[in-house]
Design a protein around this ligand. Structure first.
Ligand code: PMP
Length: 305
């Protein structure tokens, strides 16, 4: 990743990609206290547009507030930084990574006077789990690693250190031959994937866990809006893993994963074991929306130029 052409927005300046470096005593590298976003820009008929830019920037500021980090830029400046990162790297579509982290002015948990740094990187990134996963769906394993408790890690924040838990779960799932992990909350209810929210469909009703242990996903919110607009009945509630086993359909949502169908959980086929009709309808609606194939929700697409 580090050795490539292009530029990265770093504390207000565009820096050549290979020179966007930090010191090994960078505080966030040691303790994981930092916050970030994952954002996508899509090629639309009007030009490249960042999807739900404001929602991502708002969540970044919320995450920083939760972690008591003061971002030294305004939301408007970071929106502009994200547009510039796509534009100046000549990207037609992109994945963006804004991140806020502490500098190397001090070490130890009691360090004070740490500088807060902000970066925005952007690069070309196709389907997160491959194109086939979007069409046929993925195999999922319930994780032996529990998702964060709401009073251990502040689950509303998208914080760097939280992803240790995600990576442990994902590594376990991949080594067991699955494509993704399903993490349960500390009480044993379904929380989410390592980087995705989960939805199930049973008898025409869509269910998703309430936002407690899981991240307040922006794609989750988009799908809830689309489902409502399609007249589908929606319920946000606690879900058990056996409810997923006997669901008619299931899918994951995330900025990176987009809308990824789940074909099986713990070797039990979900429904017909492939992308179901409701999932397909919502997935198509999602891709139409992000790529500007519909005029609907134009306010969610911010042109980079
Ligand atoms: N849960 C976790 C743990 C994630 O990392 C992500 C990706 N940000 C999501 C859910 C989905 O969130 P979003 O739709 O906002 O990308």
């Amino acid at each position: 990743m580090a050795d490539r052409d292009g530029v990265i927005w770093f504390d207000g300046e565009m820096v050549p990609w290979r020179e966007a470096n930090v010191h090994v005593l960078t505080h966030t590298l040691h303790y994981g206290m930092g916050v970030f976003e994952g954002v996508r820009a899509y090629n639309t008929p009007d030009g490249t547009a960042i999807f739900r830019l404001q929602a991502h920037t708002d969540r970044l500021f919320d995450s920083a507030k939760i972690m008591n980090m003061s971002i030294p830029f305004s939301k408007e400046e970071l929106n502009e930084a994200q547009r510039a990162a796509v534009r100046e790297n000549n990207l037609k579509s992109a994945y963006l990574r804004p991140m806020v982290f502490f500098g190397s002015e001090g070490m130890g948990l009691r360090a004070t006077g740490l500088k807060v740094h902000t970066i925005v990187a952007a690069w070309d990134w196709g389907a997160y789990m491959g194109q086939e996963a979007l069409e046929v769906g993925i195999k999922v394993r319930t994780s032996s690693f529990t998702r964060h408790h709401v009073n251990i890690s502040m689950t509303r924040a998208k914080a760097n250190g939280h992803y240790i838990n995600s990576m442990l779960a994902l590594q376990e799932a991949l080594s067991a031959g699955a494509d993704e992990a399903l993490l349960l909350d500390p009480e044993g209810y379904v929380a989410e994937g390592s980087g995705e929210n989960i939805f199930i469909i049973k008898d025409g009703v869509i269910y998703t866990p309430e936002v407690t242990a899981c991240l307040n996903g922006i794609t989750r919110n988009t799908i809830l809006t689309l489902a409502r607009e399609h007249g589908l009945e929606l319920v946000e509630k606690r879900i058990t893993r056996d409810e997923v086993y006997i669901a008619d359909e299931a899918f994951f949502t995330g900025t990176a994963a987009e809308v990824t169908p789940i074909q099986e959980l713990d070797n039990r086929k979900i429904g017909a074991g492939r992308r179901g009709p409701v999932t397909e309808k919502l997935q198509k609606a999602y891709f139409d929306l992000v790529s500007g194939q519909t005029q609907a929700h134009a306010e969610w697409r911010t042109l980079v130029r």
